[in-house]
Design a protein around this ligand. Structure first.
Ligand SMILES: Nc1ncnc2c1ncn2[C@@H]1O[C@H](COP(=O)(O)OP(=O)(O)OP(=O)(O)O)[C@@H](O)[C@H]1O
Ligand SMILES: [Mg+2]
Length: 319
């Protein structure tokens, strides 16, 4: 079954526009009969045994219970042939789209004060997750998203909402049998062995901030190549003097040496971010103007490194 405009994979929802495609399927805009619009994410389960799909649905339903102003609501989970369809709130675009908009319309990266305002909202959601207890996913307290990156940070108006809890796992638990999970270059070193811990998402948030305000300039070329990195993805000497110690701490290879929370990191950053010049534009993502998936010269392509995503997921879910 192929997804196409006009198709109704769920009764009452008609596909209207392809929003993009990720490693595990397509995301479509759909219109409900009541004229409201949602995003539908198709997860391709054709290679997966039905027992695993059933457990995946249970986990996704548990994730749907999470309510926070900075987390994209999961409105439903449906089966469609060998696909799972996640019904989500429709966002205006992602931070990747916003970055493209800045580059294409203003010839600049995201101004640091705007990027900071956005990652602060992400930090609030991530610190909330880090204290949450969701028995269906983990017996320990605290969840790490494990796939924080610009395309998973969505914008609904001025509000940032974290999406795609694909690799979400309990802090301290090794949820994947073997190997890596996450996306290069955002994945913290502890994820190379598959274990998330407190601070894992802070690492990815710091990489995201650097990318939004500096493009690929501070990244080591090897961090973008797709091979497991030997060290930090960012050449810290390329950072501005005042930001250096703060980013360096958030990217510390030992999670316990990072800031205690994402908000602690953001607040430290806030102290050194200078106010923008009055003429600095404040933009929003413009869907249709920037094509998703296309990368401008200042952008790099992230590399997914979860080996067999559904097959490798233990007591965690994906979004
Ligand atoms: N709820 C949503 N509203 C609007 N756009 C969305 C929504 N969810 C995802 N998107 C967009 O759809 C595109 C595809 O998303 P998808 O999650 O499949 O891939 P990705 O985030 O690029 O990579 P990955 O597969 O690693 O998650 C991205 O541009 C993403 O920002
Ligand atoms: Mg995504």
């Amino acid at each position: 079954m192929a997804q196409e405009v006009g198709l109704q994979p769920i009764p009452g929802y008609r596909l209207t526009k392809l929003l993009g495609a990720g490693a595990f399927g397509e995301v479509w805009e759909a219109e409900h009969v009541d004229s409201s619009r949602v995003a539908l994410k198709f997860l391709d389960c054709r290679q997966q045994p039905s027992s695993l799909i059933a457990s995946e649905v249970r986990i996704l339903r548990a994730l749907a219970e999470i309510k926070h102003p900075n987390i994209i609501p999961l409105l439903g989970v449906h089966a469609w042939g060998k696909y799972l369809i996640l019904v989500m709130e429709l966002a205006d675009g992602s931070l990747a789209d916003l970055h493209d908009t800045y580059i294409e319309t203003a010839g600049m990266h995201v101004p640091p004060d705007h990027a900071l305002e956005l990652i602060e909202q992400a930090a609030q959601a991530l610190d909330f997750l880090a204290t949450l207890r969701l028995p269906a996913i983990t017996t320990v307290r605290g969840l790490q998203h494990c796939d924080i990156k610009p395309s998973n940070l969505l914008l609904v108006g001025d509000r940032l909402k974290v999406a795609d809890f694909g690799l979400c796992s309990g802090s301290g638990s090794v949820t994947h049998r073997k190997g890596w999970k996450g996306t290069l270059p955002y994945a913290a070193p502890e994820l190379y062995g598959g274990a998330a811990t407190v601070g894992t998402d802070q690492f990815a948030l710091a990489v995201t901030f650097c990318e939004l305000v500096m493009g690929s300039r501070p990244f080591w070329p090897s961090a973008l190549s797709g091979d497991p990195p030997n060290g930090l993805p960012i050449d810290l000497t390329k950072l501005r003097d005042k930001e250096f110690p703060i980013i360096a701490r958030a990217l510390h290879p030992y999670p316990s040496s990072r800031y205690p929370t994402c908000m602690d990191f953001v607040q430290a950053l806030r102290k050194v971010i200078v106010q923008p010049r009055p003429a600095t534009p404040r933009l929003a993502p413009q869907s249709g103007q920037t094509s998703r998936g296309r990368r401008s010269s200042g952008r790099h392509r992230a590399v997914k490194f979860s080996p067999v995503r559904m097959g490798n997921i233990g007591p965690s879910g994906r979004g």
